[in-house]
Structures are given as C-alpha cells and as structure tokens.
Design a protein around this ligand. Structure first.
Ligand SMILES: [Fe+2]
Length: 178
C-alpha cells in the first residue's frame, strides 16, 4: 500500500470569515458545501480545493465551540511554483489586521508562516534548488529579489553538512521508495 496526501478537515467557528480568507487571500475555490449528515442540527461542511483532480484539499466543519487558538496541528503547508507568489502573498497578509507573517527559510524552501483568522498555522513555500538536512530555519527578507534571495540561501546554508542540489537527495529516494 502507498498513501498519497489528499486533504485535511478542520473545525471552524466563523464559516463566512474563514471562507473569505481561504478563497480571497489564498485562492481556494469552494467545491461543495452542505449539512454533514441528515440529522437535525447537523453542522455545515465546506469543501475547498485548488487542484482539479482533488475534490477537496481542505474542508471546514463549522461547529467549533472553543475560543482558544487551535493547538493540535502546528501548520498546514502549501507549495507554490513561483518565488513571486510567496513575496506577494507576504505583502497581502501584512495588510490584514490580525494576521502575523514570519518569513523562514529551511534552506530547501523559502517559506512564510502565518495564521488564519482562527489561529490555525499555515505555511506557503517555494522550493529552492537545494536540499539540506532538517530541521533548521533562518528568517529571511521577503523584499529580496528571487536572485538575491537564492544567493542569501546559498551563502546561509552551504556550510551545513549535507547541503546538496535537491536532485542529489530526491533521485535516490525515488529509486528506493517509489
Ligand atoms: Fe512546514
């Protein structure tokens, strides 16, 4: 058996606010929604996706009652294909009250970490051309150009043991695991 990741489902308090954030800021599309069961008073579930082959990548069950920040999931992470998507999203998020953005590079990524309106942790990242053993992270400057950011990553992580072009790490894994 081989498992591939499909989706995660979270409990939310404010359905409309969360739909607005995930659709307008992060670009998800609502693919379906409705009561989760025929039972009287059953909560609504909202399905969202950005991938045509996945009915939903995220879903929200809208009956969260506790007011505390979410504390059982550290973060959900999403990959983007373009460096500029990370930096422009950082700019957008910095303009939203209540959202805190923390840019962090793991050497193999240029990432931003942030919270959604209900305190769930999120990461959006762009792959760098390198692999470096984890965990590690250094704050980075999202005002850098792509070329300058890559120069910074290389100079900041190249001395780490195991810093290699990413294919040197992933190709053996493909042959051994897939
Ligand atoms: Fe992560």
């Amino acid at each position: 058996m081989k498992l591939s990741w499909s989706h995660a489902v979270m409990y939310v308090r404010d359905r409309d606010k969360m739909i607005d954030f995930y659709t307008q800021v992060l670009g998800f599309v609502v693919t379906d929604q409705g009561p989760i069961s025929p039972a009287q008073g059953a909560p609504q579930i909202v399905f969202m996706s950005q991938q045509p082959e996945e009915h939903h990548q995220l879903a929200m069950v809208c009956n969260r009652r506790d007011e505390a920040a979410s504390n059982s999931t550290h973060h959900f992470a999403f990959r983007v294909a373009e460096f500029a998507s990370v930096t422009s999203l950082a700019g957008t998020l910095n303009g939203i009250e209540g959202i805190k953005v923390a840019p962090l590079s793991h050497g193999n990524t240029l990432s931003i970490y942030f919270n959604d309106p209900e305190g769930n942790g999120l990461e959006v990242f762009w792959d760098t051309p390198w692999h470096v053993p984890q965990p590690q992270g250094k704050p980075w400057d999202t005002s850098l150009s792509e070329a300058s950011a890559l120069d910074w990553v290389e100079s900041s992580f190249a001395d780490e043991k195991g810093f290699v072009p990413r294919e040197d790490y992933y190709e053996p894994r493909r042959q051994g695991i897939q």
